[in-house]
Design a binder for this molecule. Structure first.
Ligand code: FRU
Length: 739
């Protein structure tokens, strides 16, 4: 681009028949920025006709299917782009990505008449820019992620967006805002880079008739950015949706400057993550799949992300393993499930979402890396939901019926599915089969009490501890468990408990030696959606934890010792007594720490271990153990921002062992994952705003406290900051051997 800005570009303005009023306005607007010539589609018999243009602009406020655009014209456009041209697709033109061979996934939200109204009447509307693309030429001139481009309108305009579907090849540059409210799930600006070319699609909120101040200015800024990006063949094109292992890792590295981003807990490479799925150790490699939305940091269009590890500490990003099929029973999402080995072949059972239906589906690995999966042609494998059981339904779902735990015993497959019953509460439904594809209903394995145990159970799993079994479920709030015995058809419940008292959900476990399981859970964000959008990522996986069952029918939970491989600088404090009001501040501080403290409360009122503390104490998070045997994470001063929750979280009773309490705390960016007496756990999220909120202190309140041991380690990153490669890809990780 020269000093004249976009005016040096020659734009071919594509038309079919007579231009609509909206198209006339669009053309006139472009003419104020660049040299524009109308190009009739009919005249585009070959690429030669359009070769002379720096970019082509196709803006339609009427459906493309009304008129036929010749196959010659379409293929001329396709080769124009592939050989380095730029193409703009506005409103209905976005729907042509499929016929142009740009993307087999056209947008799924198409409305011909749309007025961007908000609950409180007509409101301005515009775009919600993805933080990752904030600096790109397209958004040059904007200094915020939220930009209004259109006033409330009396007249409707078409709206096209990717809503439940994501473009297969393109990446989402922006969603939208209406009336000041984020609508992250309406993906409105998409970039593709077919061949050597570049394509930008804008499905809504960029209309040219009825343009008035101040929106005329923002429209001018945006159109200038779009024209500059499309017209400048020297400029680097967007790489499309990051798909390869390296591209995903590259996104992860871009987030490194974010102090809330954990460095040794697994997170999505960017965008959204929820439940752990399909965890399996296969050929000596741990495979962690997870609910992943490649479109942005919000729940929607769920795929199965994939990462591998050979040491449970360092993870390598792998390409997405499962994606919704356009017309499949999983078209709206590949939801949670598990992996089993069917005659040695890794096979996943997951929930497909489609319209109001949730149905069990199957896919089989076609290679040993578990990168490639083939969906069972007969999906779904259970078609008829057992309505006779009184399965919960609502306006959105015909039946709440999802998530899978499958195992084999004596040649029979057992299959648990989570649900809720109208006459009861959350329930786990049991099926059996010889084949994984034809299932027979046994009935509810266990039905909970709606008020005590939650109305709906998600992610059920049955853990086998020999004499006893544990049914673990997520009840919309927490992961809870029931201890009892399973006899093949029913479960005799005798005790229950809560696995984690914080933001921990959808746990999934695999057997790990005699009487033990390795278990992971999703540590949810605890800040508002706008803050998650701005960060560009959402969701953290817990550290791998070891679960065992004790004589008191309590699940004991502790971090797996392999994590010790990350330990770096170490400080220990001598055994000492803290008098009331005393405060000890170890020199070691940071936002990637492991802290282990053993103390005896004696007659004191409370002991505090404070993390995330700023030198002036303005931001701090005390973890407070009181004489009532209660452990509280006090988040009232964790952050100076109002986006995060400041609610306290608590373990009601941690059962001190002979008066001794051991707190084992992992601080990692915005994560505080804590274990008490190798029994209870609480996963919390804090979001300090200050870079110096990294201090640690120990405080005695209302009496003397005997401090037995204090150990603090700085923990290394699971990712190498130097060249963007995961640490495990550079050198084989040192094996801790600390078991
Ligand atoms: C639990 C859950 C599951 C579902 C998945 C969808 O967090 O709601 O029940 O399968 O997430 O992402």
């Amino acid at each position: 681009m020269d000093d004249n800005g976009t005016s040096s570009y020659t734009v071919g303005f594509l038309t079919t028949g007579e231009s609509t009023v909206e198209q006339q306005h669009a053309q006139a607007f472009l003419e104020s920025l660049a040299t524009v010539e109308a190009v009739a589609f009919d005249a585009v018999e070959s690429k030669n006709v359009i070769d002379e243009y720096d970019l082509l602009w196709w803006h339609r406020d009427t459906p493309v299917s009304e008129e036929t655009i010749s196959a010659d014209a379409l293929s001329a456009l396709t080769s124009y782009v592939e050989e380095g041209g730029g193409l703009y697709l506005g409103l209905y033109a976005l729907d042509a990505v499929d016929s142009l061979g740009i993307d087999p996934h056209p947008p799924d939200q198409i409305e011909s008449t749309y007025v961007p109204n908000h609950t409180f009447g007509q409101q301005p509307a515009g775009f919600l820019i993805k933080a990752r693309y904030e600096e790109s030429t397209v958004f040059d001139g904007f200094s915020a992620l939220r930009v209004n481009t259109q006033h409330s309108r009396k007249q409707s305009t078409p709206r096209l967006a990717y809503h439940n579907r994501v473009p297969q090849n393109g990446d989402v540059l922006a969603s939208c805002v209406v009336g000041g409210e984020d609508r992250p799930a309406e993906n409105s600006i998409i970039a593709w880079s077919p061949g050597r070319g570049r394509v930008l699609g804008v499905g809504q909120h960029l209309v040219f008739s009825e343009l008035s101040e101040p929106y005329e200015d923002t429209v001018r800024t945006l159109v200038t950015g779009l024209v500059s990006h499309l017209g400048d063949s020297e400029e680097e094109a967007f790489s499309g949706r990051p798909k390869t292992s390296d591209e995903l890792t590259e996104m992860r590295v871009e987030l490194e400057a974010d102090t809330h981003q954990p460095t040794y807990h697994f997170t999505p490479p960017a965008n959204w993550m929820n439940d752990p799925n399909g965890i399996v150790e296969y050929d000596g490699i741990y495979h962690l799949f997870y609910q992943y939305n490649p479109a942005g940091p919000y729940h929607g269009s769920i795929h199965w992300g994939h990462a591998t590890s050979d040491d449970l500490v360092h993870w390598e990003d792998r390409p997405v393993a499962l994606a919704p099929d356009l017309d499949g029973p999983d078209k709206d999402g590949c939801w949670s499930g598990c992996t089993v080995l069917d005659d040695g072949q890794p096979t996943v059972v997951y929930t497909g979402g489609s319209g109001g239906d949730q149905t069990p589906c199957l896919a089989r690995a076609t290679d040993d890396s578990l990168d490639e999966w083939e969906k069972h042609p007969g999906n779904p494998v259970i078609e008829d939901i057992p309505e006779e059981l009184g399965i919960l339904s609502n306006d959105e779902w015909n039946a709440e019926f999802r998530d899978h735990d499958v195992w084999q015993e004596d040649g029979t497959w057992y299959h648990l599915i989570g649900t809720g019953l109208e006459d009861g509460g959350g329930a786990a439904i049991l099926y059996t089969s010889d084949t994984l594809t034809e299932w027979e209903l046994v009935g509810p394995l266990l039905v909970g009490d709606r008020h005590e145990d939650g109305p709906l159970w998600e992610c059920p799993e049955l853990l086998d501890f020999g004499e006893s079994q544990v049914l673990q479920v997520s009840n919309y709030d927490k992961v809870v468990y029931f201890v009892g015995t399973f006899d093949g058809t029913s479960f005799d419940r005798r005790a229950d408990g809560t696995l984690d008292h914080g933001n921990y959900y959808a746990a999934q476990s695999i057997p790990h030696g005699e009487g033990q399981y390795l278990s992971w859970g999703w540590i949810r964000e605890d800040r508002d959606g706008a803050a998650q959008w701005d960060a560009g990522w959402s969701g953290v996986m817990s550290l791998p934890r070891i679960l065992s069952l004790d004589e008191a029918d309590t699940l004991r939970v502790r971090p797996t010792p392999e994590i010790e491989a990350l330990r770096g600088h170490h400080q220990s404090l001598p055994k000492q007594t803290l008098s009331s009001g005393d405060s000890v501040c170890p020199e070691t501080s940071g936002s990637a720490l492991e802290i282990q403290v053993t103390f005896e409360l004696g007659d004191a009122e409370a002991f505090e271990l404070v993390v995330g503390e700023s030198p002036d104490g303005a931001e701090r998070t005390p973890i407070r153990y009181s004489c009532e045997d209660e452990l509280v994470v006090d988040r009232s001063a964790s952050s100076e921002s109002t986006a995060p929750s400041s609610d306290p979280q608590c373990i009601p009773s941690i059962s001190a062992d002979d008066g001794l309490v051991t707190l084992h705390v992992f601080v990692d960016g915005s994560v505080v994952e804590l274990f008490a007496n190798e029994r209870e756990s609480l996963s919390s999220r804090i979001y300090p705003t200050r870079e110096d909120s990294t201090g640690v202190s120990l405080n005695a309140i209302g009496g003397d406290i005997a401090i037995h041991t204090v150990d603090i380690w700085e923990l290394d990153s699971a990712f190498s900051p130097d060249d963007g490669k995961l640490a495990s890809q550079q050198a084989s990780p040192t094996n801790s051997g600390m078991d």
